[in-house]
Ligand binder design. Structure first.
Ligand code: SF4
Ligand code: SF4
Length: 393
């Protein structure tokens, strides 16, 4: 197993995600198959994986119970456990804390209610790594609300030794991550983002990586390294190209080796559902094998094949011309993502902002007139507006 140094620790580069554990049906409900799940955890542990990631909401709350129990069979100082505070699903109104359309019958008065329960469920007296779950455009105000004091509370938990390392995960934009890290300089020690060779471009994940690691000097934990299987089951033409370059290599090996070229990546989390996956992944992470320049160029080509992107370069010439003040490049980036890979719009759109409402486009064409890429912006705004409208229904 390859390891990365993090402060006084050596962390396995392959981490075990606990969001997609094997499941079975019991009384009509889909629950974790503890027996199969434990076989996977045992294999992970015995083959050098020492980083295990869960969250309050994974598997409807059962993931924390499962992983806490599975790991409790091994000495506490031989594994690291990470969990997350579900602030992205919470609201704080009229001095009351509650959930946004999820667990509506769950009541709590303060972050301490949830955190205390998590420690208990996981059978630990401290979390080695603890994250604010998904700091993004729609959760930023919640996490920074001073009256509620989420960050202050978790700083206190760290001071008391109940958290060893504090970080956050994010599906937000690079600017949002930057703003949060800048506001809380020195507080967060790692950031977890969705990164893989496709999202590096599609979700602007390479810029997020650069903000976190190069600008703020903080290591990155990767989630969705194969984009929920998308990079395993590639389009036929893309797969053929990879096979031609390396007949023996699997599509997974291309996706995972990519991270060996990124020095800021501390852990690559993989949610391994079956034994075959973990066996292959452990093997892939057992030796140094970064991609060559030619192999990276081939992945770039594959990405371009896969994406039918509107070729906006983000130059922003158009935004100066738009009488409605629309943030055209931002809207095109979201449109690209929506069209190509399904939606992260719920996380990434600030629907309250007039600049991010494509239905405000009046079709004047001033943008297209100046666009060096000759993009038909009004048509895109119109189509994007109808996509959003249909999602509301
Ligand atoms: S066509 Fe729409 S997006 Fe383009 S400048 Fe006019 S109002 Fe703005
Ligand atoms: S002018 Fe064209 S390329 Fe530049 S940001 Fe606007 S749409 Fe994108």
């Amino acid at each position: 197993m390859l390891y990365k140094a993090f402060q006084d620790k050596q962390i396995s580069l392959l981490g075990m995600g606990n969001m997609r554990l094997p499941t079975k049906e019991v009384d009509g409900a889909n629950v974790i198959d503890w027996e199969k799940g434990k076989e996977i955890i045992d294999y992970a542990y015995k083959n050098g994986i020492n980083y295990f990631d869960t969250a309050f909401r994974y598997h409807g709350g059962e993931s924390e119970l499962f992983i806490g129990d599975a790991l409790s069979r091994y000495p506490r100082d031989t594994w690291y456990l990470a969990s997350k505070f579900p602030g992205h699903m919470m609201k704080y109104e009229d001095h009351k804390l509650g959930f946004k359309g999820y667990l509506s019958n769950f009541h709590c008065d303060a972050p301490s209610d949830i955190f205390g329960e998590q420690l208990e469920k996981c059978k630990v007296d401290h979390f080695d790594f603890y994250l604010l779950h998904n700091v993004c455009e729609s959760s930023f105000d919640f996490y920074t609300n001073e009256e509620l004091g989420v960050v202050e509370y978790f700083k206190q938990m760290k001071a008391e030794g109940k958290i060893t390392h504090l970080g956050f995960s994010s599906h937000g934009r690079a600017e949002t991550i930057d703003a949060f890290l800048t506001k809380y300089k020195g507080v967060f020690e790692f950031v977890q983002i969705q990164l893989n060779y496709l999202d590096a471009k599609l979700q602007d994940a390479m810029n997020k990586y650069k903000v976190i690691y190069e600008k703020h000097g903080i290591p990155v934990i990767v989630m969705e390294p194969v984009r929920g299987g998308r990079l395993i089951n590639l389009p036929e033409a893309s797969e053929k190209k990879l096979k031609a370059a390396a007949p023996e290599a699997t599509t997974a090996s291309w996706a995972f080796r990519y991270f060996q070229n990124l020095p800021g990546v501390m852990v690559v989390l993989s949610g391994m559902t079956a034994m075959e996956q973990i066996v292959e992944n452990v093997e892939l992470f057992s030796k140094e094998q970064p991609l060559s320049a030619a192999e990276l160029a081939l992945l770039d080509e594959i990405v371009d094949d896969m994406l039918k992107l509107v070729p906006c370069t983000g130059c922003r010439y158009c935004t100066e011309e738009c009488p409605m003040g629309l943030d055209i490049p931002k809207l095109i980036a979201l449109y690209n993502e929506e069209k190509n890979e399904g939606s992260m719009l719920a996380f990434n759109m600030d629907t309250g902002k007039e600049a991010e409402d494509p239905s405000r486009c009046v079709g004047c064409g001033a943008c297209s007139g100046i666009c060096p890429q000759n993009i038909d912006v009004p048509s895109i705004m119109q189509e994007f507006a109808s996509i959003l409208e249909s999602k509301k229904k």
